[in-house]
Ligand binder design. Sequence first.
Ligand code: BDP
Length: 710
Amino acid sequence: MLSATLCLAVPSAHAEDGYELWLRYKPIEASRADEYRAHTAELVAPALTPTQRVTREELQRGLQGLSGHVPRASERIASEGAIVVGTPASSRTIADFRQDLSGLGREGYIIRGIHSRGHAATMIAANEDIGALYGAFHFLRLLQTRQSLRDLDIREAPKVKLRVLDHWDNLDRSVERGYAGASIWDWHKLPGWRDPRYTDYARANASIGINGTVLNNVNSNALILTPMYLEKVKALADVFRPWGIRVYLSAHFSAPTEIGGLKTADPLDPEVRKWWKEKAAEIYRYVPDFGGFLVKANSEGQPGPQDYGRTHADGANMLADALAPHGGVVMWRAFVYSHEQPDDRAKQAYDEFVPLDGKFRDNVIVQVKNGAIDFQPREPFHPLFGVMAKTPLMMEFQITKEYLGFATHLAYLGPLYEETLKSDTWAKGRGSTVAKVIDGSLHAHKLTGMAGVANIGVDRNWSGSHFDQANWYVFGRMAWNPEASSQRIANDWVRMTFSNDPAVVEPVVDMMMASREAVVDYMTPLGLHHLMGRGHHYGPGPWVEGGPRADWTSVYYHRADRNGIGFDRSVTGSNAVAQYSPPVAAEFGDVKRVPEKCLLWFHHVPWNYPTRSGRPLWDELVHRYTHGVDEVKRMRGTWAGLEGRVDPERFEQIAAFLSIQQKEAQWWRDASIAYWQSINGLPLPAGYEQPAQSLEFYKALEFPHAPGNG
Ligand code: BDP
């Protein structure tokens, strides 16, 4: 009892600045501490390899923090309540369970209550060290979320192979679409100085199963492939390796001309092919387990194979051939839309990629954004999912909230990810979900992946806000299991990050689960999209028109006039719906059947179109905008009620951010309504407030230094 009291009395060593993320390991209540201690009396965990060492250290750190005692380290089980960690190669006890580990692959694990040498113990067993590390993090999560440790029988293996963060970080440490400060990669001081933060980054990722990181922006700089930078890349790879994290680089397609002295980057040119082969071999001399390249080609001004009259497959295959001898992969992005193409931008990736199905090498995976436009608050699933049966497709989600309020708006993205992954493509009949495309089961692909555009920077709390940490967290968990429930994950995250007190967990999970829908409502209700301020994407800009290209304007997407609003993508319009399987096309293409949340994505309808609530469209829009703002008010109220249950540092910052969010939600509502009224000339429905300012006021606002805009 004495030690329990003591451990509760240990003061927090430093302010609650969020640095520890969900790995806080704060002391548990005395009532549970004894139970947990009884199950963690002894630690039998070899530490002969770097991964084994970090596994043991993590368990020691976690158990000491949580239950206030460091378990005895022993070579073999000697008393009740041991934790036995390892692989058949590292542990005799675990070798007896070799059979049970079959089918778990390199990264899977078992956590099971066993009896060994006459004692009850808990086994964390895997085929390889990395699986045991993942198992250790899972075990700690059980304590962090106050689960029982009795009769454990957990069997886990990732459903997706490449679980990758994409950093849009530039070599000058600016971060494209980054809202959490400068890049955490201190290129100038690398390789000499390895910031301890790199280790904490790797720990955090490993704790949620992320096993890869693309260090540099997709709008890339060829310099990253020069020896000076490869030394720095090597230093990072060395730090990450024990945590099971491989390094990848974004490759600039024209690198052979920029840093190689060649006259062309034509993927069929023998000199170019030779250059990439040698470059790949050189990279592997620095980083023997280098993961491969991510490529943005012929998109938004980036060079690519089409500059030489070649296809995306020609370009991807050339790089794939260079990487293949070393085991690397190419993640080739499908985010393409052309300058010349007058067709609906939503159709262009499909049009370019479907004809190439079956033409990519085995070590190429095509990376597709969740929707066909660009990480909007809501998009229907991308039509490429399901149709490229012969090509592995990986998901690209955005974790950083470029279009969902940057760092200050609370928008938990779990429900967005889940909505996309659960969408049914009908590619092989009912149940052909996007999740099944991504985990490879629908078309029997072994190479599978999910990428998240990172929201990480040097801010003390990593992500720019405390709640944005949850988006990093849920991305990792859903990459591990694309069929996981975002609500359950939110529950774990809240317990690990804030508190296990039900009076905190329930309201905070509720806030999180409703938050993204609130953003959809106050920014882009009913299927509206791409209406943000030009360039920086901060705040409303439904009036944005003109400029270099139509599909970078808002008017292109909303098509509002006196008579109606919405992008007709049905058969009477761009017919983008035809890119979906027939049952999906029939649903999306029929204004009566389309899910209302996507109404204006697929249809142009009159302002008085009767919506399902019974309200005419205009009234429904005003209602939704207002409801979005009301939801933010409600979140503020909920949060205010938690004062005293959350530490003051984090409580205050979150409260302040929610008040910023409320102001900005109101701004979105008011500016949008004022703009639509200037087009449709309609009065507001009864009982709704007029916009606070004139349309001219909103249009005149400028934000030349909004973050993340390159
Ligand atoms: C858009 C971003 C832009 C990125 C581009 C991409 O606005 O900064 O470069 O996507 O994904 O969302 O390549």
